[in-house]
Design a protein around this ligand. Structure first.
Ligand code: ADP
Length: 260
């Protein structure tokens, strides 16, 4: 009914504004579908570490009574702690989305070396050098930005680069700058992304092939990252080829504290 009321016809009698209105409805419908899917994905994503955590705790409780000096104790403590870390990360993402939606994603600007932040982040993600991180470009780049938030973006991009590259261990990280902008590229050699999906990648809840997804995730990391970069007056984007890998990049002002 809405569509009919607003339709305009061209010389041949075709309704040329019709499609725009229909598309709005489709987009709304798709967001609703993604929200529905999100609830089930989120429940599953939360349940997996909770189940594993609870299993580790039960084993530890038994071991404490029967064999407290067992060499299995450190392994289960580690497992429990990893799963707790996953839960904290998931809940952080959910809380960040709420903050973004309420317009409360505030920035705490400080001066730091972007290259050092990225290297620390890589060490954290890759503690036993399972992956080959290759650093290209600047060896130091002092910027003004929110350290914790940029760290969060890097964790998302590097985490995705690892997750979506099941058969490649190489990740190239380039830091560059011009007069007033710092640019970071994270290049992986993984599964890549279908070009048709690229425009939606930074949308809330969006996951490529969500219904048959073999990788874990909530579809929030890139949405949160893009909001963080936007708040820094920056830009974020991706180039990708299916089968060859993806190159995610962002650029932010080096010293734009006045406008933040
Ligand atoms: P998720 O928690 O699902 O990883 P993100 O918001 O981080 O959510 O990413 C959204 C979607 O973009 C992912 O579900 C995945 O399909 C795709 N994606 C993100 N990074 C990559 C990458 N490096 N290579 C291939 N696909 C990616």
């Amino acid at each position: 009914v809405e569509a009919t009321g607003r339709a305009k016809f061209d010389a041949e009698g075709n309704a040329h504004q019709f499609s725009g209105i229909l598309q709005d409805v489709t987009e709304e419908y798709q967001l609703q579908l993604r929200k529905d899917e999100f609830i089930s994905v989120a429940s599953h994503e939360l349940k997996t570490p909770i189940t594993s955590l609870s299993a580790s705790m039960q084993i530890l409780q038994k071991l404490v009574k029967t064999d407290p000096a067992s060499d299995k104790v450190p392994m289960f403590v580690n497992k429990a702690s990893n799963n707790l870390g996953k839960l904290i990360h998931l809940l952080d993402d959910l809380l960040n989305v709420t903050k973004i939606q309420q317009g409360q994603l505030s920035l705490n600007i400080n001066r730091f070396d972007l290259v050092e932040l990225i290297k620390d982040c890589c060490d954290h993600i890759n503690p036993v050098n399972e992956y080959e991180f290759v650093f290209l470009g600047d060896e130091e780049l002092m910027i003004y930005a929110d350290y914790r938030r940029i760290d969060q973006v890097m964790i998302n991009l590097l985490g995705n680069a690892i997750k979506y590259s099941p058969s490649s261990k190489r990740i190239e990280i380039t830091v560059m700058h011009d007069d007033d902008r710092a640019t970071v590229c994270v290049r992986d050699f993984g599964i890549g992304i279908n070009p048709q999906k690229l425009p939606h990648l930074f949308d809330r809840y969006y996951r490529v092939d969500a219904f048959g997804h073999q990788f874990s995730g909530l579809g929030l990391g890139l949405y949160i990252s893009s909001e963080i970069i936007n708040r820094h007056n920056g830009k974020i984007g991706v180039d990708s080829t299916v089968g060859n890998g993806s190159n995610f990049w962002f650029s932010i002002p080096i010293d734009d504290t006045a406008s933040l």
